[in-house]
Write a protein that binds this ligand. Structure first.
Ligand code: ADP
Length: 190
């Protein structure tokens, strides 16, 4: 099985690009953000716990997302692999992922990182707020916290995966089509 990680700051275009990636390579898309929003919409206990953290621009506890990921791995059949979107988001989650995969003698295939500068993060999120209506996209303080959380907790993963020789960066500032082509050229190598 192939395990691709789709990495990048909030608003980088991960969700947009994920659709083509899963279709072209027959992968199962796992977006932890989407899974959490579904829990919230369903009014589950987990969703209730996650909502206040997400609305504040903070991360939900590692154990929660790790459990969600492992459960999708276990249930999924008939694909060539997985596209992890929004996970891992901390070094602890990356370690947990390695441990989960190692149990089945598997490993991360490659990290596809879509990079955009901080100013563009704000623009893109504002634009998305007007289309998708996500509560965490609508508030300036929440957006600032998400950008800070990204730099503090998630960006260390760049060095983590560089150290393992798995990190591949794509310029996310071009058009959707430019970025799609760059990602396809990269993924064709695996
Ligand atoms: P974006 O990447 O656009 O910020 P996501 O949809 O990936 O949005 O995530 C929305 C929110 O869900 C995050 O700000 C965070 O609170 C929570 N979340 C998603 N994935 C994780 C994760 N792996 N660990 C902790 N919290 C997460």
């Amino acid at each position: 099985m192939k395990y691709f990680i789709l990495f990048g700051p909030p608003g980088a275009g991960k969700g947009t690009q994920a659709t083509a990636m899963v279709e072209n390579y027959n992968l199962r898309h796992i977006s932890t953000g989407e899974l959490l929003r579904k829990e919230i919409a369903d009014g589950t206990e987990l969703g209730l716990k996650a909502k206040s953290l997400i609305d504040a621009g903070a991360l939900v506890p590692d154990e929660i997302v790790e459990g969600m990921i492992e459960s999708v791995f276990r249930k999924t059949t008939g694909v060539n692999g997985f596209l992890l979107d929004g996970f891992p988001r901390t070094v602890a989650q990356a370690d947990a992922l390695d441990a989960m995969l190692a149990k089945n003698s598997e490993e991360v295939t490659a990290v596809v990182s879509i990079m955009i500068p901080d100013e563009m993060i704000r623009e893109r999120i504002k634009h998305r707020a007007s289309i998708e209506g996500r509560a965490d996209d609508a508030n300036d303080d929440t957006i600032s916290n998400r950008i800070r959380t990204y730099h503090d907790k998630t960006e260390p993963l760049v060095e983590y995966y560089k150290g393992k020789g798995k990190y591949h960066e794509i310029d996310g500032t071009g058009t959707i089509e430019d970025v799609r082509k760059a990602i396809a050229a990269l993924m064709d190598r695996f």
